[in-house]
Design a binder for this molecule. Sequence first.
Ligand code: SAH
Length: 247
Amino acid sequence: MAGRVYLIGAGPGAADLITVRGMRLLQQADAVLYDALVQPEMLEYCPQAVLIPVGKRCAKASTAQRFINKMLVDAARKYGRVVRLKGGDPMLFGRAQEELAALDEAGIGYEVVPGVTAALAASAGTGISLTSRGLARNVLFATARVGEGESGSDWVKPVLAADTAVLYMGVKQAAEIAAALLAGGMRPDTPLLVVENASLPGVREWPLTLAELPQAAGWNLAGPAILLLGEVYRARLALDERIRQTG
Ligand code: SAH
């Protein structure tokens, strides 16, 4: 059996933020390989499927990407209709290319179903438009994280140039990120928001200035968190400051 793989975006966490197409494919899946960021509630859509946890946090020790690729190919051959469920949108910061290449190489057909990426879910929760009129005309999705064996791309210049920037996987490196942006000339009072657990019941938002960002590195957050940065958040920061002073 050659099998077929559906690379599906699970969305940011909330079980009802998967697309209808994604949910239907889950309901028809023979096997589901899912990431650590996928919430257990979402797996209730596929009681018929064999569940295979993959991804870095599940196994505690990191499951190497090559191993995941192999599991995906093996699962397609063994089970037939396989869903590869990935957090957010599968084509953003999710190693989708490696998995699709492995499927190509094995001659296994696939389809990609988009999902709501963390940046958009976090933004929805803030109630602040990423492109507030008069303040921002562009949005950058970036990461400062460099994977093992990768050469570091320069993420600083595009962030400096962006009206609004969203940084994935950045909280643990908050101090380095702040230092690099300040060294690049970004103003220390540049407003930003750290959003943890976007779309989930435990969602939290912290307004900060760039100068204050390094403290975020020590927070030890349990959930995934993302950085939103830009002038659109200045009013929110000012409001927070006023509340702190009066309260
Ligand atoms: N493909 C995913 C991103 C995977 S990288 C997407 O499109 O969203 C993992 C990073 O995404 C995390 O380190 C965090 O920065 C961000 N992230 C994922 N889910 C999140 C959530 N619910 N709230 C905040 N950030 C989240």
